[in-house]
Design a protein around this ligand. Structure first.
Ligand SMILES: NCc1[nH]cc(CCC(=O)O)c1CC(=O)O
Length: 314
């Protein structure tokens, strides 16, 4: 069978797509692949900060159109870039084994960042969480592919460090750049970070069965839990919500944090459930965050950047 795969053109996207093709090939040696690279909104506009796009799905909208029209059969996403609501007729068909989901600091460790250091990130969550740990640092907004972001350390912008995802560095063979892996209890990562997701149409049972063969049920439960929480908060990946679902024996443990724009306020919640109750755990934790004032912090955070986010219920 020939599988047409949609992908972005960045080195990370191509590495991820080739990796998924190799997983499928290992289970289905007769499978053949053709790659269909496209540019997403985020690729065409390299200037705006993510929250300025004002919409959810800057990395995924064109891919979903490719899938629906039949131009491609599957799309490989960094799961953290895939909105929690999928276009009608499309499903998250497989989540393979998750890589290291943690955020990392490159260029310096938290402890040896100088007073007033310049730290690069384009993510509202990373910005707020870094300020909550080190209120003295200056956050410098940066965007672009992983390689160019790393090159900004000690470059023209005078950055002392940048915050990135360990998974992305590993997939590019750049994990040597990591100075410190950040503890998810203090610096919870983006919903779905470190996991890949394969999206497909819901009307092709042969392809869906093939994709199920590369799923890792434990990774699937982790991301179902984190995504259920984000969905219940009505929030996208550009909001300052961090979470970490991990296994403790056969129970799933979720720790989540909403952080104010200046880092001064942190709303946290932790809970656990039996392994089969991933979605319930996510929903219960979202409710705990809401009751603790998390939604007010989210709305205030969005007002700080002049963007709009209003909680409308789950
Ligand atoms: N938003 C960009 C993005 N999307 C996925 C990854 C790599 C990490 C992953 O696969 O979760 C990155 C880079 C980064 O955040 O450092």
């Amino acid at each position: 069978m020939l599988l047409k795969i949609g992908t972005r053109r960045s080195p990370l996207a191509i590495a991820q797509t080739n990796y998924i093709a190799s997983l499928i090939k290992a289970k289905h040696p007769q499978a053949e692949f053709s790659l269909h690279p496209i540019a997403t909104i985020a690729d065409k506009d390299r200037v705006s900060e993510f929250h300025q796009f004002g919409i959810i799905g800057v990395f995924s909208t064109e891919h979903e159109e490719q899938l629906t029209s039949g131009e491609v059969d599957i799309v490989v996403h960094s799961l953290k870039d895939l909105p929690t609501t999928l276009r009608k007729g499309l499903v998250l068909a497989a989540v393979p084994e998750r890589a290291d989901a943690r955020d990392v600091l490159c260029g310096a460790t938290l402890a040896d960042l100088p007073q007033g250091a310049r730290v690069g990130t384009g993510s509202l969550r990373r910005r707020s969480q870094m300020l909550s740990l080190r209120p003295d640092v200056e956050i410098v907004p940066i965007r672009g592919n992983v390689g160019p972001r790393l090159a900004k350390i000690n470059g023209d912008d005078g950055l002392d460090a940048v915050i990135l995802a360990q998974a992305g560095l590993q997939r590019l063979g750049l994990e040597g750049a990591t100075s410190e892996l950040l503890d998810p209890m203090l610096f919870p990562y983006a919903i779905g970070q470190g996991a890949l997701g394969v999206q497909a149409r819901d009307d092709n049972p042969a392809i869906l069965a093939m994709l199920k063969d590369i799923e890792d049920p434990k990774a699937r439960a982790e991301v179902d839990c984190e995504r259920a929480m984000l969905h219940a908060l009505g929030a996208g990946c550009s909001l300052p919500v961090g979470a970490s679902a991990t296994w403790r024996g056969d129970r799933l443990f979720l720790h989540a944090q909403i952080t104010s724009y200046d880092g001064a306020k942190r709303i946290t919640a932790s809970d656990d459930r039996a392994g089969g109750e991933a979605v319930e755990l996510g929903l219960a934790t979202a409710e705990a965050l809401r009751l603790a004032g998390g939604v007010d912090v989210l709305e205030a955070s969005y007002r700080s950047i002049g963007a709009h986010f209003k909680y409308v219920g789950a």
